[in-house]
Write a protein of this length. Structure first.
Length: 497
C-alpha cells in the first residue's frame, strides 16, 4: 500500500481500535465470522448462510491479523454499495485500520487491498481517466479474432490428451486456457503463462508467499512494458502506452497486472464450474440436449450459483452511515459478498429455479467498477468449452461426483480437479473451429444421461480427420507448453494412465 505523506506508519502495531466501534466489538466478542478460518475454508456457502442467519444482510467478519470488515450478504446491499461510490469508496486509503497503523506492513491482505495507482482504487474523474484507457484499449481487440485464438489454444491443449481417453480438465484446460489467451492479449510470449498462473493465484490467496509472488508478477510486467515502449505491437500493453489518457509506465504496469489478476483466476473458475455442471447436473444436460439453451445461457446459470469471485475486497466508508440496519463507521472496510448476494432469498426464493441466460447476477459486480472484461471472460469460457466438447463429444466424469473437492481462499473457491474420460481420438484441430458459442451437435445428441456411452471412434467423421495412425502420432506429440507447464508448476501432477 502506498502511504500518504502523513501516514503514521505500520511498523508499530497494537494501536487500540476506536472505542465503541461495532466492527471491532464483534471481533472482540467473538460474534464475527472468521473469513480466514477453517469453517469458511471447508464450506464457504454454508458459512455465508450461517452468517446470514446470525446477522442478516450485513455481517461482521474477521480477516487475517484480526482486522474487521463487513461482509455484504444481501443482493440489494451489494448493489447499493457498488453503486454509491460517494458513500462507499473504492480508494483503500480511506481504510481506518490502515490509517491508524493496525495493518502490518507484511499483511497478506495488502497485495489485494493495498492502494495502487490503478482504476480499481480510484473514484470519480480519476477512475474515468484510467478506466477509459483500459476499456478503449480492450475494445480494440477484434472479437472474432480473439475467439479464433481461443479455439486455436483449446485445440493445442486438447491435442495433449485427446489420444489418452482420459484427462484432468482443471489442470488440462481450465487453468491453462485463460492465461494463454491473456498473455497473448497483453503482448507476452506464450511461455510466460505457467509461472504467471501460479504467481497470480498465490498472491490472491493471501498466503505468506503472496508478497514475493506479487513482486514476480510486477517485475515480469515491467520488463514487458519496457520492451513495448521500444517496439510497440498490436497488444494491450502497447495500446495502453499510447492511449490519450496519458498513463505513466507505472500505471500501465499496474493495469496489466490488474487484467492478469482479475481475468485469469476468474475465467479459470468459470470454466471449471461450467464444465463440472455440464458433466454432473442431469437437469443441465437434459436442457442442453433439448436444444433450448446455448452454452452462453448455461454460463449465466453457473455465474449465479458459483461466482468466480465469491468476495470482492472492498469498499471503504467515506463517513458514518447506515446499511442493512448496521451502523457503519467512516473508514470501515466492506466486502462485496457476490456469492452470498446471488443466493439471497429476497431475490431467489426458489433456489432451484433455473437462471439460464439471466444476466442480473452480481458476479461481475455493478456500478462504476463493474467488470469491463466480462465479455472476454465469457468468450474464453464458452468458446473453450464448446471447442472441447466438439473434439470430445462423449466427455463424461471419470469419478463419482462426491469425490470432487474445492479449495477456498477468502476471495474465491477453486475446483481442485475434474477427472474426465472419453473415447480416445486423434484430431486435426485446424478443421474443427467453432465461434458460435453453441454446443457441438454431437455433444447435444449424446448429452442426455446414457448407461453405456457408444463407440465414438468414428464420430468426428469429417474430411481430414486422421484415423488411428495419426492418433498414435498425436499421443506422442507433447507440446512445449505442456512440458513447460510440468516443469514450472509445483506439486504432483495427475497421473497419466
Ligand atoms: C468470468 C470472468 C470474470 C469475472 C467473474 C470477473 C469479475 C469481476 C468483478 C466482480 C469485478 C468488479 C470488482 C469491483 O466491483 O470492485 C471485476 C473488475 C474488473 N475486471 Fe473482471 N472478471 C472476469 C474477467 C475479466 C477479464 C477476462 C478481464 C480482462 C481481460 C477483466 C478485467 C477486469 C478489470 C480491469 C476490472 C476493474 C474494473 C474497475 O475497477 O473499474 N475481468 N471483474
Amino acid at each position: 500500500m502506498t502511504p500518504p505523506p502523513d501516514h503514521p506508519g505500520t511498523d508499530h502495531l497494537g494501536t487500540a481500535p476506536p472505542p465503541g466501534c461495532p466492527a471491532h466489538a464483534a471481533i472482540r466478542s467473538g460474534t464475527a465470522g472468521d473469513l480466514f478460518g477453517p469453517e469458511h475454508e471447508a464450506d464457504p456457502k454454508g458459512f455465508y448462510e450461517w452468517l446470514r442467519a446470525e446477522h442478516g444482510a450485513v455481517a461482521p467478519v474477521r480477516l487475517a491479523g484480526d482486522l474487521p470488515a463487513w461482509l455484504l450478504l444481501g443482493y440489494r446491499e451489494n448493489l447499493e454499495v457498488a453503486r454509491t461510490p460517494s458513500r462507499f469508496s473504492r480508494d483503500s486509503r480511506h481504510w481506518g485500520d490502515w490509517r491508524e497503523g493496525r495493518v502490518a506492513s507484511d499483511s497478506p491482505l495488502l497485495p489485494v487491498v493495498g492502494w495502487q495507482p490503478m482504476c480499481t482504487f480510484a473514484d470519480g474523474a480519476e477512475h474515468e481517466r484510467l478506466r477509459a484507457a483500459l476499456t478503449e484499449s480492450m475494445n480494440r481487440f477484434d472479437r472474432r479474432g480473439m475467439r479464433r485464438q481461443v479455439t486455436r489454444f483449446t485445440h493445442q491443449l486438447v491435442d495433449e490428451f485427446a489420444a489418452d481417453g482420459h484427462a484432468e480438465l482443471v489442470s488440462g484446460i481450465a487453468e491453462q486456457l485463460p492465461m494463454l489467451v491473456l498473455t497473448h492479449l497483453l503482448g507476452m510470449p506464450d511461455e510466460y503463462g505457467p509461472r504467471l498462473v501460479e504467481a497470480t493465484r498465490d498472491l490472491m490467496k493471501g498466503t505468506e508467499t503472496a508478497l514475493s509472488s506479487n513482486a514476480y508478477v510486477t517485475e515480469t510486467l515491467e520488463n514487458l512494458v519496457a520492451r513495448k515502449r521500444a517496439e510497440p505491437g498490436s497488444d494491450l500493453a502497447s495500446w495502453l502506452l499510447e492511449h490519450p489518457s496519458g498513463l505513466t509506465e507505472e500505471e500501465v504496469v499496474q493495469h496489466l497486472r490488474l487484467v492478469l489478476l482479475t481475468g485469469n483466476e476468474t475465467t479459470t473458475n468459470l470454466m471449471a464450474n461450467t464444465l463440472r455442471t455440464v458433466l454432473t447436473d442431469p437437469r443441465f444436460r437434459a436442457s442442453l440436449a433439448g436444444g433450448h439453451m446455448t452454452l452462453p445461457d448455461a454460463i449465466e446459470h453457473v455465474l449465479w450459483n458459483e461466482p468466480p469471485l465469491a468476495v470482492i475486497p472492498g469498499r471503504w466508508a467515506t463517513g458514518d452511515t447506515e446499511l442493512g440496519g448496521r451502523q457503519i463507521r467512516a473508514g470501515d472496510m466492506l466486502l462485496l459478498g457476490l456469492a452470498a448476494g446471488n443466493v439471497d432469498p429476497a431475490v431467489r426464493p426458489d433456489i432451484a429455479a433455473p437462471m439460464y441466460g439471466n444476466r442480473s447476477h452480481l458476479s461481475f459486480s455493478g456500478g462504476p467498477h463493474e467488470c469491463p472484461g466480462q465479455d472476454i471472460g465469457r468468450a474464453i469460457a464458452d468458446t473453450g468449452i464448446d471447442t472441447l466438447l466438439l473434439r470430445l463429444p462423449d466427455l463424461r466424469l471419470a469419478v463419482p461426483e462426491t469425490e470432487l473437492s474445492w479449495t477456498a481462499s477468502w476471495i474465491s473457491r477453486h475446483l481442485v480437479s475434474l477427472p474426465a474420460e472419453f473415447t480416445p481420438r486423434g484430431g486435426d484441430s485446424d478443421t474443427l473451429e467453432t465461434e458460435t458459442g453453441l454446443l457441438a451437435p454431437d455433444f447435444l445428441a449424446r448429452s442426455a444421461p446414457q448407461p453405456d456411452p457408444p463407440d465414438q471412434s468414428k464420430a468426428l467423421d469429417r474430411p481430414n480427420t486422421p484415423d488411428r495412425p495419426d492418433v498414435r502420432r498425436s499421443s506422442r506429440r507433447r507440446s512445449w507448453w505442456r512440458s513447460l507447464w510440468r516443469r514450472l508448476r509445483p506439486g504432483p501432477r495427475p497421473p497419466r494412465r
